[in-house]
Unconditional design. Structure first.
Ligand code: TXA
Ligand code: MG
Length: 330
């Protein structure tokens, strides 16, 4: 891991070799720890699914919790999500700053399906930290960044904490000293009629309510939420088709979600086969998972046979998501 020290108040990095190297890391799909005003972010190109798979692997997340995409400006944000009047008002009032908005994702957004965990919505933020905005702008990529800590640990607010937790996973750690806000961004969902507070954070609820002229609804809490995501997710991407797990053969009429080079008996009669990774690589499988489920759904198959995926590393998150997709739904 390289370490690059900056003074966030100086904002004098544009055009330097160190800055260009950081941009090159992001464009090449490598992981970079980038300080924001709230906490350090474990950052990668949000349009690169393999890079996003590396974020999940580095965090050791037991499930694919969708990521926040950081962009340099409101204009850039509008290329990725649909803004209504409320979203514009909040962007005007609080961006750049510690506010994240969950908005309907645009069909032509370059943010990959893995970053949003297949959801139709996207969490967007224009941070106050100029280093993050400048890297997004110079790389020409939206930057996916969860808090830079291993899953279950507290968010990294100093370079030392980040190095200790994730040092072996990073190409580069940008050290800007302790982050000034110290708590994560406030997350507001604007995906239904009432604006909803998904996570309290750096901007207080009252300030947001004052600007919106209405009260924020509470989060829809799921009992099985990840510890660092209280009430965050009201819905998961679930295919319309029924999913049969750990399939060792394909039944007539089923589509196949394949993993690895050996296809099971009956595969020759499957209407549609989607490969997660012919080489049996978990990183590649994670990168393709949500797009694969979408493709299978679009094929019109009523049932999907899913081949077993090893339950190690990223396989744990893949299996978690497959189990959710296979669970009976109301
Ligand atoms: O201050 C912050 O927000 C920091 C810095 C790095 O920007 N980032 C951060 O990311 O706290 P993370 O991944 O630790 O928390 C983001 C939360 C997750 O719990 C996730 O569930 C939620 O945002 N989230 C992301 N996309 C969502 C979506 N489409 N719908 C609902 N919740 C979403
Ligand atoms: Mg976090």
């Amino acid at each position: 891991m390289r370490r690059w020290q900056i003074d966030p108040r100086e904002e004098n990095w544009l055009g330097t070799t160190a800055f260009e190297a950081a941009v090159a890391d992001l464009v090449a799909g490598r992981l970079v720890a980038i300080p924001t005003e709230t906490v350090y972010g474990l950052a990668a190109d949000a349009s690169n699914a393999l890079a996003c798979a590396d974020i999940y692997a580095a965090k050791g997340r037991p499930s694919f919790n969708p990521l926040i995409a950081h962009v340099e400006s409101v204009e850039a944000a509008e290329r990725h999500a649909l803004f209504d009047t409320r979203a514009r008002v909040l962007a005007d009032a609080f961006w750049p700053g510690p506010l994240t908005m969950v908005l309907p994702k645009r069909a032509d957004s370059t943010v990959c399906d893995l970053a949003t965990a297949g959801l139709p919505s996207l969490a967007l933020r224009v941070p106050a930290a100029a280093i993050m905005r400048d890297l997004a702008q110079a790389s020409g990529r939206p930057i996916a960044a969860p808090s830079a800590n291993r899953s279950g640990r507290i968010s990294g607010t100093t370079a030392e904490a980040v190095a200790g937790d994730l040092g072996d996973r990073l190409a580069l750690l940008i050290d800007a000293g302790p982050t000034p806000v110290g708590v994560e961004s406030t997350i507001i969902a604007l995906t239904d009629e009432r604006p909803r507070l998904l996570r309290p954070g750096g901007i207080e609820r009252q300030a947001i309510e004052a600007v919106l002229g209405e009260k924020l609804a509470p989060p829809l809490v799921r009992p099985d939420d990840a510890p660092d995501a209280p009430g965050m997710l009201s819905s998961h991407y679930a295919p319309r088709a029924a999913l049969r797990l750990d399939a060792t053969h394909v039944e007539p009429g089923e589509a196949l979600l394949a993993f690895g080079p050996e296809l099971p008996p009956g595969a020759d009669k499957a209407g549609t086969i989607v490969q997660l990774s012919v080489r049996g690589e978990l990183r590649e499988a994670a990168a393709r998972l949500f797009t694969a489920m979408r493709t299978l759904d679009a094929s019109g198959a009523d049932r999907i046979a899913a081949m077993p995926v090893p339950d190690t590393g990223l396989g744990e998150a893949i299996n978690d998501r497959l189990r959710r997709a296979a669970a009976p739904r109301p």
